[in-house]
Design a binder for this molecule. Structure first.
Ligand SMILES: Nc1ncnc2c1ncn2[C@@H]1O[C@H](COP(=O)(O)OP(=O)(O)O)[C@@H](O)[C@H]1O
Ligand SMILES: [Mg+2]
Length: 266
């Protein structure tokens, strides 16, 4: 939920990114308050993933400003964003299928202990900490030694979210986290979003499942062909309005008439 604190956790302004002839982002802005959940929507190719990757340090914009907690930042890699406590769960999840659950959660920062001055991978500690982390996030996975390739879509999604959450982010971006999930698994991801935002984490949720937005978001931002087109507080809008904004339909009344087969006004 949104806090009363009026300072912004994230302020992106004038963000532009061009790929060859395509102006993927054209003067885009995005604001996010502490603990706020923002739904970022738009048709395929609207620029949602690119904008998110600018914030997560994976894409370097041509121009524009990013402020985190009032300080201007300049990310040249995801590691820079991580240091500023921004984490993103990418659409493709970026997990290692042949590595087990604990290994994926600790990828690149496996706990070591020293025996006679020589560092060893501390397997027990890694699995214990994984179990704690999963329990804390309410993620149900029987065995932390299971290889990720043997998990369901929802469990894989949970691992990717768990890994991002374990960096203790203040901003968590999720790109289509529920696209491939069963109903119960979607519920689990939405619960997780509620839980982290209640702890003050700001969340950006990219999804085509508009009904989900109305369950967890405080606000919705709509993009169309690389530009901001609208922003709505969740209580001030409806699925119908959001659909119209996504497809770029400006005259809702006229298109409703057209769909009833009535003649257009001259
Ligand atoms: N690395 C890239 N190289 C070239 N074009 C890209 C690249 N990334 C994104 N684009 C283009 O930018 C546009 C927006 O893409 P994207 O941000 O993925 O949109 P969305 O996530 O809203 O579907 C698309 O036309 C896409 O083809
Ligand atoms: Mg995308």
């Amino acid at each position: 939920m949104m806090s009363d604190d009026e300072t912004y956790r994230v302020r992106m302004t004038g963000v532009c990114k061009r790929y060859g002839p395509i102006q993927t982002l054209d003067d885009v802005s995005l604001n996010l308050k502490p603990g706020e959940v923002l739904g970022l929507v738009g048709d395929n190719g609207a620029g949602k993933s690119t904008l998110s990757k600018v914030l997560s340090g994976a894409v370097i914009p041509d121009s524009g400003t990013i402020e985190i907690d009032g300080k201007v930042v300049s990310f040249s890699s995801p590691a820079d964003a991580r240091a500023a406590r921004v984490e993103m769960v990418y659409q493709d999840l970026s997990l290692c299928d042949t590595v087990d659950v604990a290994g994926n959660l600790f990828l690149g920062r496996e706990p070591r202990s020293r025996v006679l001055g020589i560092p060893f991978l501390d397997n027990k500690r890694m699995h214990d900490e994984t179990r704690e982390m999963l329990d804390r996030l309410g993620i149900v996975i029987a065995d932390t030694r299971l290889k990720v390739e043997n998990l369901s879509g929802g469990q894989r999604q949970s691992i990717a979210i768990g890994r991002a959450a374990s960096f203790d982010p203040s901003v968590l971006i999720m790109d289509e986290p529920t696209a491939a999930l069963a109903v119960a698994e979607v519920e689990a991801v939405l619960d997780l979003i509620r839980a982290v935002s209640a702890r003050g984490v700001s969340v950006i949720l990219i999804t085509h499942r508009l009904q989900d937005l109305f369950l967890v978001c405080d606000r919705i931002q709509v993009m169309y062909e690389g530009r901001n087109v609208a922003e709505r507080k969740i209580g001030d809008t409806s699925i119908e309005e959001i659909v119209n904004l996504i497809v770029g339909r400006k005259f809702v009344a006229r298109s409703a008439r057209a769909s009833r087969g009535e003649a257009a006004q001259p």
